[in-house]
Design a protein around this ligand. Structure first.
Ligand SMILES: Cc1cc2nc3c(=O)[nH]c(=O)nc-3n(C[C@H](O)[C@H](O)[C@H](O)COP(=O)(O)OP(=O)(O)OC[C@H]3O[C@@H](n4cnc5c(N)ncnc54)[C@H](O)[C@@H]3O)c2cc1C
Ligand SMILES: *[C@@H]1O[C@H](CO)[C@@H](O)[C@H](O)[C@H]1NC(C)=O
Ligand SMILES: *[C@@H]1O[C@H](CO)[C@@H](O)[C@H](O)[C@H]1NC(C)=O
Ligand SMILES: *[C@@H]1O[C@H](CO)[C@@H](O)[C@H](O)[C@H]1NC(C)=O
Length: 369
C-alpha cells in the first residue's frame, strides 16, 4: 500500500479513483474541488464532448490511444452509472477546408481518425442546408457529459473508495508532503510515498499558457453533438448537457488571452452560427430572446495548454525535511512524482490516462510504490 497526493481537476480525480481501485491509499490536496467554479479551475467549464483526431506522429498516436482507453471506460460508466451524466450520442463534424488528414478516405483509415464506432463520411445530401462552404461532413458515435455533474460523481466515487480530500492552496508541490503529514497529526509514518502533479496550469510551468474559451449555456435542446470547423480557423461546437443541463455552445479559442470580459459580439456570432447548424435549437422553445435562444450563462474558461502538449512522465521530487533526531538538521529526501498536466483542450477525452479503470483491473500505469 502506498499513499499518493494529487489535485482535483478531471485528471487528478480520475487518477485518484484509478489508484484507489488498485488498492492504494490516496489523498487529494487541491485549491478547487468539485462544486467550485473559478476561471483558473478548467474542468467544470468544459463542454464536454468527444471529438477524434488524426494521428500523424508518435505523440498524436499516444494521445489517440489515451482517447480510446477513455472512450472504453466512459462506455462502461454510461451503462453502469447513468447518474454520472455520461451519454453516447450521434456526433457530426463539418469542415469548410479539411486537410487530407481528415478528408482522404485512405489516410483517415491509416491515421485513426475513422477508427470510431459508426464512423462514416456523410453524403453531400446530408449536409445542412444553406452552408455552401462545407466541403466535408462525417458522423460517428461520441460521448457527451455534464462537466459539473460528472466531477461531482467522480468526487463521490473517490470518497466511496476511501479517498481523502484536503482543501489547500500549495505554494509549491513539495508543500503537499507536509500538508499530508500534518493532516495525519505529524505521525512519523504518515509520509506520502509518491505525488501526482495534476495541477492544470497551477504552478506556472513556463511552457504552460491559457487558451481563453468563451462559451454559452442555453436551455434550448439539440439531440446530437455538432462541431463545425470554419475556413477562418474557428470551430463552433454544440454539446448537449445530459441530466437537464441544457446545451453548451462554443466557442472561442484564444491562446494567451487573459481577459475576464465577455465579448457580446462573440456571443452573437457563436449563437447565429449554432442556430444554422442545429435547427432544433431554435425551432420550438418558448421563453427565448429575439435570437431564439434562452441564455442561461455566458462564461469564460481557460484551457490549460502547454507547449509540447500533455506532460505525462515520472520523475523524482526532491524536498528538504527536518531530521527527526534533533529537530535541527536539514535532510534531503526524495519521492517519485508523476506529472500529469497540460491537457489543453482534451482533458476529458484523455482523462483515464493512467490506464483503464473499471474496464481493466490490472495496473498498467506508473508504479507509485
Ligand atoms: C470552455 C472549455 C471547453 C472545453 N471543452 C472540452 C471538451 O469538450 N472535451 C475535453 O476533453 N476537454 C475540454 N476542455 C478542456 C478540459 O476542460 C481540460 O483539459 C481539463 O479540465 C484539464 O483538467 P486538469 O485536471 O488538468 O485541470 P483543472 O481542472 O484546472 O484542475 C487543476 C487542479 O489543480 C488544482 N491546483 C492548481 N494549482 C494549485 C495550487 N497551487 N495549489 C493547490 N491546488 C492547485 C486546482 O485547484 C484543481 O483542483 C474544455 C475547456 C474549456 C475551458
Ligand atoms: C505532432 O504533430 C502536431 C501537429 O502537426 C504538432 O503540433 C506536434 O508538435 C507534433 N509532435 C511531435 C512530437 O512531432
Ligand atoms: C508540477 O506542475 C507544474 C505545472 O502546473 C509545474 O510547473 C511544476 O514544475 C511541477 N512540479 C514539479 C515539482 O516539478
Ligand atoms: C482578449 O479578449 C477580449 C475579450 O474578447 C478582447 O477584448 C481582447 O481584444 C482580446 N485580446 C487579445 C490580445 O486578443
Amino acid at each position: 500500500m502506498s499513499d499518493a497526493t494529487i489535485l482535483a481537476g478531471v485528471l487528478g480525480l480520475s487518477s485518484a479513483i484509478q489508484l484507489a481501485r488498485e488498492g492504494h491509499t490516496v489523498t487529494v490536496i487541491a485549491r478547487d474541488l468539485p462544486g467550485d467554479f473559478d476561471i483558473e479551475y478548467a474542468s467544470p467549464w468544459a463542454g464536454s464532448h468527444f471529438r477524434p483526431i488524426s494521428a500523424n506522429n508518435a505523440s498524436e498516436r499516444f494521445e489517440q490511444e489515451l482517447m480510446h482507453e477513455t472512450y472504453d471506460e466512459l462506455k462502461v460508466t454510461a451503462e453502469r452509472h447513468p447518474d454520472s451524466s455520461v451519454r453516447f450520442v450521434r456526433a457530426v463534424e463539418y469542415f469548410d477546408s479539411p486537410s487530407p488528414a481528415y478528408s482522404d478516405e485512405t489516410l483517415v483509415k491509416q491515421n485513426g481518425y475513422a477508427d470510431w464506432p459508426d464512423f462514416r463520411i456523410l453524403d453531400p445530401s446530408e449536409l445542412p442546408a444553406g452552408h455552401d462552404a462545407i466541403q466535408l461532413g462525417v458522423t460517428y458515435t461520441g460521448w457527451v457529459l455534464n462537466s459539473p455533474v460528472y466531477l461531482a460523481w467522480l468526487h463521490r466515487q473517490a470518497q466511496g473508495l476511501g479517498v481523502r480530500f484536503i482543501r489547500a492552496r500549495l505554494a509549491a508541490l513539495e508543500e503537499a508532503v507536509f500538508i499530508h503529514r500534518e493532516s495525519e497529526g505529524n505521525h512519523p509514518r504518515a509520509n506520502i510515498r509518491a505525488v501526482i502533479n495534476a495541477s492544470g496550469r497551477g504552478f506556472q510551468d513556463p511552457d504552460s499558457f491559457p487558451s481563453r474559451g468563451q462559451f454559452i449555456l442555453v436551455s434550448n435542446p439539440c439531440s446530437e453533438t455538432i462541431s463545425h470547423h470554419w475556413a477562418d480557423g474557428s470551430t463552433t461546437v454544440i454539446i448537449p448537457r445530459p441530466l437537464g443541463g441544457g446545451t453548451v455552445i462554443g466557442g472561442t479559442k484564444e491562446p494567451n488571452n487573459w481577459s475576464h470580459s465577455i465579448s457580446n459580439a462573440a456571443t452573437e456570432t457563436i449563437l447565429t452560427r449554432a442556430a444554422k447548424l442545429c435547427e432544433q435549437l431554435v425551432s420550438g422553445a418558448s421563453n427565448q430572446d429575439a435570437s431564439g435562444f434562452d441564455i442561461k450563462q455566458v462564461y469564460i474558461g481557460r484551457r490549460p495548454m502547454r507547449k509540447g502538449g500533455l506532460r505525462l512522465e515520472e520523475q523524482t521530487l526532491e524536498f528538504q525535511d527536518t531530521a527527526e533526531e534533533d529537530g535541527l538538521k536539514t535532510v534531503s529526501r526524495s519521492i517519485p512524482v508523476v506529472h500529469c498536466y497540460g491537457a489543453g483542450a482534451s482533458g476529458f477525452k484523455i482523462s483515464w490516462e493512467l490506464g483503464g479503470g473499471e474496464t481493466s483491473g490490472a495496473s498498467r500505469g506508473d508504479d507509485i510504490v
